[in-house]
Ligand binder design. Structure first.
Ligand SMILES: [Ca+2]
Ligand SMILES: [Ca+2]
Length: 176
């Protein structure tokens, strides 16, 4: 019976949902989770906002949802993000719909980039750039983005793009 229920959930949702790293076979609503995020076992909870914003405003919106602009920590997480682009390819008002803002920025003190938790981007587990990036085009590309190809690009902080939020582990737990 349990097995039947599990298969039913996978067929209905296309995803296996989880909290706290443990398998969970009920959809987010039944677990008190936000339903506007995509939950991927072992990777995290992500949402592609197609209502465009500047990087700083995007980070504020993500914080309001209990997370941050996303940090990509693995090639598997990049695949999750590529899928979000496939599901929502059009971002009205975006400077470029092939990009979404994520949680890294140019280190103001030194060369290189930091993730939103203040650590070097190189420590995130994933730092594959698009060819010729980061190029700091016109000298003002101090904010981080990911392309629909799952590769990184530095872009201008004042231009508006779609953006990807990621919930921290604690905020993936059911609301009490
Ligand atoms: Ca992540
Ligand atoms: Ca660039």
């Amino acid at each position: 019976m349990l097995q039947t229920h599990v298969i039913f959930c996978i067929l209905m949702t296309g995803k296996i949902f989880y909290t706290n790293g443990s398998p969970m076979m009920l959809p987010p609503r039944a677990q008190g989770l936000r339903t506007d995020y995509t939950y991927t076992p072992g990777i995290g909870a992500h949402k592609l906002h197609t209502d465009v914003a500047r990087w700083k405003d995007a980070q504020t919106i993500c914080e309001g949802e209990g997370g941050n602009l996303a940090t990509i920590n693995s090639a598997a997480e990049a695949e999750v993000i590529k899928q979000l682009f496939r599901e929502s390819p059009r971002h009205p008002g975006s400077y470029h719909s092939s990009y979404a803002l994520i949680g890294f920025y140019r280190n103001p003190q030194r060369n290189g980039f930091l993730t939103v938790d203040g650590r070097p981007l190189e420590n995130s587990g994933y730092f594959l750039w698009q060819p010729t990036e980061p190029n700091n085009l016109y000298g003002g590309e101090n904010c981080g983005s990911v392309g629909s190809d799952g590769l990184l690009n530095d872009i201008h902080c004042k231009k508006k793009f779609a953006f990807i939020c990621e919930l921290s582990d604690l905020n993936v737990l059911p609301l009490s």
